[in-house]
Design a protein around this ligand. Structure first.
Ligand code: NAP
Length: 502
C-alpha cells in the first residue's frame, strides 16, 4: 500500500549523520523506507537531517514519522512543531506521513489538508501493553477523517491474538496490522504473505518490540519472496531467541532454492501453538526446551524410537493435518561421538535428566556404552537409568569416578548465562567432555576441561547433525549439509566477534 516493497526499512538514529548513513544502506535493500524523525535528538537535528534529505532524496517511497512520546514515540515537542517537521519531510521528498491518532484527533482535518495536503496520510494507533478489546472500534476511529491508510500495531501475547489481528487486517484494503512483542515475531513475518502485508524492519535500531532487522529479514528469512505458497516450518521453545535453527534450516532451503521458510516461535502454552498449526499453514517444526516431552500428548503418531526415548524434537505435519513425532537428537549424538570414542564397552556419564539427556542415554546404550547418570532430580535420573540399564552417580562422588566421556545435557552455561558450569574442574576425570550446548561454542565447562588437557567437543556438531536429519524428514530430499553448517558457523563466529568487541 505504501511503497513498492512490503518490507519497510526503518531508519532511526539520534544524530543526523548516522540517520543519513542508515538511510543510504536502507535504500540499497528496500524501496520503501520509514524515517523515524522522532528518534533524532532535537528539532535542530531533525532540520539538519531534512535539509540533507532535500538535497539528495533516495529513489524510494519514504514515510515520515515524528511520533510524540504520548503515543510511544520519542518526540518531545508540541503538535504544532510535529506538523512543521512532517511538512518539511514532505517537501524533502517523503510521499507519506504517519500521524498517530493521539495527534490526529486533536487537529481539525481541514488544518491537516492545508498544512500536509501534498502528502498521503497514514493514521496509526499503537497498543504497547495489550490487544484492544474491539479492533473494529479502533479502525472506525482511525478511518473517521478518511486518511489514505490506517495502521493498528498491537501487542500480542499469544498466537491466537496474532491470528485475530491478521484476520481483521485481511478484511480491509487500506489497513496495515502489525503484531508486536516477542511472541509475534513469526506472525510479523508471515503477515507479508497477505495482499496488504507490511513489515517494518530496522536498519540498526529496533523501534518496536518483535522487529527483525532488515538484513536478517531479507537474507536469512528471504521474506521479500514470501507468498501463500511458501511452505512454513519453525522451532518452538521458551526461550527461543538463542536458537540458530532458523539460520541452519533457512540456509538449507536457500541452497536448494526451495520456497520455504523456517521461523522461531516463542511458545509458552503448547495448546496455543497446536491450534495455530493449521491456520498458519505450518508443515513441520522442531521442538526444544521445555516442550520436548509435553509435545507427545499432541501427536497422532510417533516414531518408535522417539516414543521409547520419551522426547520428541521433530514433528512432521502430515497431509491430513495429523502430527507425527521423531527424535533426531539421537542421530546427532551418535554422529558426534562415534567419530571420537569407541562407544562399545565405554563408560559415559550424562549430566542432566531432561529431554536431551534421554536421547543421549538411549543413543549411548544402543551403541553399547555403559551409561551413568547424574542429575539434581534423582527421581528423573533413576527413570532414565532404568530405561537404558544404566546407573545413577551421586554428584559428590564425581571427583572419585573415572569415565571415558562426560556429556553435559543441562542448559547450564548456555547463552546468556555463559559464566556457569554444571561441573567443577575436579569432577572432570575423563578422556573427553562433550557439551550439548552449542551457544557459545566454548562453554565454561569445555574451558575447564581444556585446561585439564581433556579433549572437548562442542554441541554445534550435534546441532548440525540433528538439524540435517530434521530437514530431510520434512523435505524428503538430501540436505545441503555444507551450506547449513556454514550458516551456523558464520552466525557463531559473528557472535564471538561481537562479544570480543564489547
Ligand atoms: P530439559 O528437558 O529442560 O532438561 C534440562 C535438564 O537440565 C533437566 O534435567 C534439568 O533439571 C537440568 N538442569 C537445568 N538447570 C540445572 C542446573 N542449574 N543444575 C543442574 N541441572 C540443571 O532440556 P533439554 O531439552 O534436555 O536440553 C538440555 C540442553 O541440551 C540444552 O542446553 C540444549 O541446548 C542442549 N541440547 C543441544 C542439542 C544440540 O543439538 N546440540 C540438542 C538438544 C539439546 P530439572 O529437571 O531439575 O530442572
Amino acid at each position: 500500500m505504501i511503497g513498492p516493497d512490503k518490507i519497510c526499512a526503518v531508519v532511526a538514529a539520534a544524530g543526523a549523520e548516522s540517520m543519513w548513513r542508515q538511510l543510504v544502506s536502507a535504500a540499497k535493500e528496500s524501496r520503501t523506507i520509514e524515517l523515524r524523525l522522532d528518534w533524532l535528538a532535537d528539532d535542530q537535528e531533525i532540520s539538519r537531517f531534512l535539509a540533507k534529505l532535500a538535497g539528495k532524496p533516495p529513489n524510494a517511497t519514504m514515510l515520515a514519522t515524528c511520533r510524540r512520546r504520548s503515543a510511544g514515540g520519542r518526540y518531545r515537542g508540541s503538535i504544532a512543531k510535529q506538523l512543521v517537521h512532517l511538512t518539511d519531510a514532505l517537501r524533502a521528498g517523503c510521499a507519506w506521513y504517519d500521524l498517530e491518532v493521539e495527534s490526529a484527533s486533536l487537529c481539525p482535518p481541514e488544518l491537516l489538508d492545508v498544512v500536509l495536503g501534498q502528502g498521503r496520510r497514514l493514521v496509526s494507533a499503537h497498543f504497547f501493553k495489550a490487544m484492544p478489546p474491539s479492533l473494529s472500534k479502533v479502525a472506525a476511529k482511525l478511518e473517521r477523517d478518511k486518511p489514505d491508510g490506517v495502521k493498528i500495531a498491537a501487542r500480542c501475547d499469544s498466537l491466537r491474538e496474532c491470528r485475530k489481528l491478521a484476520d481483521f487486517g485481511r478484511k480491509r484494503k487500506n489497513l496495515i496490522v502489525i503484531p508486536m512483542g516477542d511472541i509475534a515475531l513469526p506472525a510479523r513475518i508471515l503477515g507479508l504473505r497477505e495482499n496488504n502485508g507490511f513489515a517494518y524492519a530496522p536498519v540498526e535500531n529496533a523501534t518496536a518490540p518483535g522487529q527483525v532487522d532488515l538484513h536478517e529479514l531479507r537474507e536469512v528469512y528471504r521474506a521479500a519472496s514470501l507468498s501463500q505458497k511458501t511452505r512454513v516450518y519453525g522451532v518452538i521453545g521458551n526461550p527461543i531467541g538463542h536458537s540458530l535453527s532458523p539460520e541452519l534450516h533457512n540456509a538449507g532451503f536457500a541452497a536448494r532454492d526451495m520456497d520455504a521458510i523456517y521461523l522461531p516461535f516463542l511458545i509458552e502454552r503448547l495448546a496455543d501453538f497446536v491450534e495455530s498449526i493449521h491456520p498458519l499453514g505450518i508443515k513441520g517444526f522442531s521442538v526444544t526446551i521445555p516442550h520436548k516431552e509435553r509435545i507427545l500428548d499432541h501427536l497422532a503418531g510417533c516414531d518408535p524410537l522417539a516414543r521409547q526415548i520419551g522426547a520428541v524434537n521433530t514433528v512432521a505435519v502430515r497431509g491430513d493435518g495429523k502430527l507425527y513425532g521423531y527424535n533426531t537428537d539421537y542421530v546427532g549424538v551418535l554422529e558426534t561421538l562415534k567419530k571420537r570414542v569407541r562407544l562399545r564397552g565405554s563408560r559415559v556419564l550424562i549430566v542432566g535428566a531432561g529431554g536431551a539427556a534421554r536421547a543421549v542415554a538411549f543413543a549411548l546404550a544402543k551403541a553399547g556404552a555403559s551409561v551413568c547418570i547424574c542429575a539434581r532430580r534423582q527421581k528423573k535420573a533413576r527413570v532414565i537409568a532404568q530405561a537404558v540399564g544404566g546407573t545413577l552417580v551421586d554428584w559428590d562422588r564425581l571427583p572419585h569416578e573415572f569415565f571415558d566421556a562426560i556429556v553435559n545435557a543441562t542448559p547450564v552455561g548456555m547463552h546468556p548465562l555463559t559464566d556457569a558450569s554444571p561441573l567443577e574442574a575436579r569432577d572432570l576425570n575423563c578422556r573427553l567432555v562433550f557439551d550439548t550446548i552449542y551457544r557459545p561454542r566454548m562453554t565454561k565447562l569445555l574451558q575447564l576441561a581444556e585446561r585439564r588437557g581433556i579433549e572437548t567437543v562442542s554441541g554445534v556438531e550435534m546441532f548440525v547433525a540433528q538439524g540435517v536429519a530434521q530437514w530431510e524428514i520434512w523435505t524428503r530430499k538430501r540436505a545441503p549439509v555444507e551450506a547449513m553448517r556454514r550458516a551456523v558457523f558464520a552466525a557463531l563466529r559473528n557472535e564471538e566477534k561481537l562479544q570480543k568487541t564489547k
